[in-house]
Design a binder for this molecule. Structure first.
Ligand code: ADP
Length: 243
């Protein structure tokens, strides 16, 4: 994969995601996030951790503009989400790649078709699709499975396809929401290695996880959310670096 110069490298400290004093209160009255202030720079790899109910999904839903902040402002890839009109939301989402715990592949399509579909819906030129899709499938190590259907793949392989789908449109930011949640532990590390490699080529990654072993192994920036607030936001060395 060709290394992309991040805006941070080119211009210094360019912020892709910014939460400024953001709070979310659901209509039920639950305060899911309380005065969260946070910056993700272009080129970062950050883990978002926290126990169930801490507010991790709420944070991700805000970035995708599935919900709006009750208070404060959220900016993502240059879009001020408060001002972003509903019909312009696809423009925001096109700058993002999203990977979910449950893969979300289309079962009636092959690996190739699943990845190509992402580009077809945005009317990418056929020639580009023909060169880009095999390239991205080989990046995630699945060239030999391009004609297979999702049900013929292991969980780890399905998640690689999901990653190829997230990557194919060359997003600035990939959001991975518990991407290893449905995968064997051994294969989980491979998925995170793959995400790390993608990050080293210049794509910013935000990965939500509750798997402490993975976080300890890889290290890096850890954003810990507890009861709707950022409990800590620190960079730690990974166990894999200590050897
Ligand atoms: P996490 O992803 O860390 O498990 P969530 O962001 O899903 O946490 O939830 C944060 C809090 O908001 C929890 O108390 C949860 O019950 C509540 N919550 C989440 N979604 C909704 C919703 N749609 N309506 C009401 N309360 C919600």
């Amino acid at each position: 994969m060709q290394k992309r110069q991040t805006k941070t490298e080119l211009e210094g400290g360019v912020v892709l995601v910014e939460f400024n004093d953001v709070s979310v209160t659901y209509s039920s009255g639950v305060d899911a996030l309380n005065h969260v202030t946070l910056k993700i720079n272009d080129g970062d790899f950050a883990f978002v951790v926290g126990s169930s109910g801490a507010g991790k999904s709420t944070l991700i839903k805000l970035i995708l503009k599935e919900i709006d902040a009750t208070e404060g402002t959220v900016t993502v890839n240059g879009f001020n989400l408060k001002k972003l009109k509903r019909r312009k939301i696809p423009n925001l989402r096109r700058t993002l790649g999203i990977v979910f715990q449950d893969f979300r592949l289309i079962p009636t399509m092959t690996v190739y078709e699943n990845v190509a579909f992402v580009l077809r819906v945005i009317d990418a030129p056929k020639k580009y699709i023909k060169s880009r899709v095999p390239y991205v499938i080989s990046l995630v190590g699945l060239a030999h499975k391009a004609k297979a259907y999702p049900e013929e793949l292991s969980g780890g392989e399905q998640q690689r396809v999901a990653l190829a789908r997230a990557l194919v449109n060359d997003p600035q930011l990939i959001i991975a929401d518990e991407p290893t949640g449905n995968i064997d532990p051994a294969l989980s590390y491979e998925i995170v290695e793959l995400l790390k490699g993608i990050n080293e080529c210049g794509t910013t990654i935000l990965m939500v996880t509750h798997e402490h072993d993975i976080v300890r192994h890889f290290g890096g920036r850890i954003i810990n959310i507890n009861a709707g607030s950022i409990a800590f936001d620190e960079t730690i060395g990974g166990a894999n670096e200590a050897q």
